[in-house]
Design a protein around this ligand. Sequence first.
Ligand SMILES: Nc1ncnc2c1ncn2[C@@H]1O[C@H](COP(=O)(O)OP(=O)(O)O)[C@@H](O)[C@H]1O
Ligand SMILES: [Mg+2]
Length: 325
Amino acid sequence: MRIGLTFDLRSDYLKEGYTEEETAEFDKESTVEAIERELHFLGHSTERIGHILNLTRKLVSGERWDLVFNISEGLYGIGREAQVPAILDAYKIPYTFSDPLVLALTLHKGMTKHVIRDCGIPTPDFAIVSSMKDLGAVDLPYPLFVKPNAEGSGKGIAFNSKVSNPEELRTTCADRWKERNFPLLVETYLPGREFTVGILGTGEESFSVGAMEVIFRQTAGESIYSYDMKANYEQFVDYALPEPEVMGPICEMALKAWKALECRDGGRVDVRLDAQGITNFIEVNPLAGLNDITSDLPILARMNGYDYSFIIKTVIDSAVKRIKQ
Ligand SMILES: Nc1ncnc2c1ncn2[C@@H]1O[C@H](COP(=O)(O)OP(=O)(O)O)[C@@H](O)[C@H]1O
Ligand SMILES: [Mg+2]
């Protein structure tokens, strides 16, 4: 097949003056190269399309592909992750990973939690706040956790994300809103162990490739997988395989969430244990990082016996089934 690649190259945005943190979710050149290598190995030819503006220019000039391998997370708007898939749908070009509905929903952590809760999957109680006056209506027991409603890669998460009383809640929210107000998700703090689960495939054919525990070292201070922790994971965290009796139920819950949300081809579900030791859903990543060395999905898959080639091949196989339908 002739496969086009859509992505947001981090270096393009850094050149334009964006900061490391603003571009935290964007891709490294090495990620695109690793995906290309695997696709060539599978016998496909590839073409780099790049970001959404390049995609639209190419489409208008008449270019087409048999399949697009889409890892573009977009830059503007709550629908930013859904934009490339929506455009590809309009041109009837098949693509890897989830559809616009899933990508728009799951970028909004609060809306996703409504659906997850409706499916009977445990997730902390929460409120969405967009201004200081919303804080008065927060009626949840402390400690609470404060994070951006629609970000990823640990952006906007720091040592003061865990708050123990209304005053700390106000201080943290005021700090996040220093430059501009945006929706924050305030939810019950989960004090237990943290895991991230890898899922490959779609619907009934999806399966878990296993989980890894994120263990915070003393140097990490708080047990929070923030942007700094992720960016310097070799310094702050250890990754470990959970015991089999823990692994089973975590993976089962993550798979249930994956199917309920109708995510496709591959991604990750982040979970954490509550005070009672019950596994709670934190968030799903339907466009999980795919750097072969540093991203969580390839790392956890490797620890569970699945290599990078297997991930890319399974994603392609899963997407190709849709073309044939
Ligand atoms: N309710 C919570 N209780 C405790 N820690 C949390 C909670 N929500 C998030 N965290 C911590 O913050 C990290 C990032 O949160 P997450 O929602 O996964 O955001 P991101 O999209 O940035 O990965 C989690 O991996 C976890 O360490
Ligand atoms: Mg996460």
